[in-house]
Design a protein around this ligand. Structure first.
Ligand SMILES: O=c1ccn([C@@H]2O[C@H](COP(=O)(O)O)[C@@H](O)[C@H]2O)c(=O)[nH]1
Length: 270
C-alpha cells in the first residue's frame, strides 16, 4: 500500500486507529474455544465489527508463534482474510525483526511476499545493513523502533551519545538509508513529551504509536505534537479494545471501544 492510499483512508474514515490483534486463548470468550481455529474466529469477529472505525490492524506475531504451527496458520488466515475482504486496510506484522543482510532479506520475504503484510516492525540495533533489505520492497513499509513505550526504553534509547540521545541518532541516521521513504517509526504513547523534538527530526514520517489504553498513554497528548500535515500517526490499541468483554458480545464491545477512540480522532482532525 502507498502512503497516499493510507492517508486517503484516514481522511475518509476520520480515523487513524490501528487495532492490535494480540490474541491470548486465556482471555477470549470460552465458546470460541470449541471452534476449530479459535484465534482466527476471534480475529474475524473483531475485524468485521470494527473495520469501518480503524485504518489498520497489527497482529503481534508473538501471540501466534506461542501456539506453534497452529498459531502461524491462524496468523496466515487472519492476514488473508484482511487482504481479501478489506483491501484498503493497512496491515502491520509486529515482529520486531532485523539481522545481518541476507537474513533480513528472508524476514522481509516472509512478511511482505509470503504473508503479504503492508509493513513490519524492525529493531534498529544491528544498523543499516540489517534494515535496508526491508526497505528494498516497493510500497511496503519498515517500522523502525525509535522510542518504545516500555520503561526499559530508558535503559538505552534515551542515553546520551556524542551529544544526542540514542533514539535521535536512530531517527537521523536512518534518514540517510537507501529507500528511506519506506520508513515509519515506533514511538510509544507513554513518551508523548518527546514528540515535539521527534517531529523536528522527522516532520513528514508516519509514526506507529502503541501504548494508548492498557499502558496508560493518552491520545490528546500524542496528537498535540505528533500530528503532521498528512496526519502522520497510527495510534494502536490492543487489549483496551479486543478484550472489552469476554462474553458473547465481545465483538460489539470491541466496536464500542473503537468508536470511542474514532470519535475522539474525528474531533481532533476537524
Ligand atoms: O514500544 C512498543 C512497541 C510495540 N508495542 C506492542 O504494541 C502492542 C500494545 O498492546 P496494548 O495491549 O495496547 O498495550 C503490543 O503488541 C506490544 O507488544 C508496544 O506496546 N510498545
Amino acid at each position: 500500500m502507498t502512503t497516499q492510499a493510507l492517508v486517503e483512508q484516514i481522511r475518509r474514515k476520520k480515523s487513524f486507529l490501528c487495532i492490535g490483534l494480540d490474541v491470548d486463548l486465556n482471555k477470549i470468550p470460552k465458546h470460541l474455544l470449541e471452534t476449530e481455529d479459535p484465534i482466527f474466529e476471534f480475529n474475524k469477529a473483531i475485524i468485521d465489527a470494527t473495520h469501518h472505525l480503524a485504518v489498520g490492524y497489527k497482529p503481534n506475531t508473538a501471540f501466534y508463534e506461542a501456539y506453534g504451527i497452529k498459531g502461524w496458520k491462524s496468523l496466515e488466515k487472519t492476514i488473508n482474510y484482511l487482504n481479501a475482504n478489506y483491501p484498503e486496510i493497512f496491515t502491520i506484522a509486529d515482529a520486531k525483526r532485523g539481522d545481518i543482510g541476507n537474513t533480513s532479506t528472508m524476514y522481509a520475504k516472509a512478511f511482505f511476499e509470503d504473508l503479504k503484510f503492508d509493513s513490519v516492525t524492525v529493531a534498529p540495533y544491528m544498523g543499516k545493513d540489517s534494515i535496508e533489505p526491508f526497505l528494498a520492497f516497493k510500497n511496503k513499509h519498515t517500522i523502525l523502533l525509535a522510542l518504545t513505550s516500555n520503561q526499559g526504553a530508558f535503559d538505552f534509547q534515551t542515553k546520551d551519545i556524542e551529544g544526542k540521545k540514542l533514539y535521535e541518532q536512530v531517527l537521523e541516521l536512518s534518514k540517510s538509508y537507501q529507500n528511506s521513504e519506506n520508513l515509519m517509526y515506533v514511538v510509544g504513547a507513554t513518551k508523548a513529551e518527546y514528540l515535539s523534538d521527534i517531529r523536528k527530526i522527522i516532520p513528514h514520517s508516519f509514526l506507529l504509536v502503541p501504548g494508548v489504553g492498557a499502558q496508560g498513554g493518552n491520545l490528546k497528548d500524542v496528537c498535540k505534537y505528533g500530528l503532521n500535515d498528512q496526519v502522520g500517526l497510527l495510534i494502536n490499541s490492543s487489549r483496551g479494545i479486543i478484550y472489552a468483554s469476554d462474553a458473547i458480545d465481545f465483538a460489539e464491545a470491541a466496536a464500542d471501544k473503537a468508536l470511542e477512540l474514532q470519535k475522539e480522532m474525528s474531533q481532533i482532525l476537524s
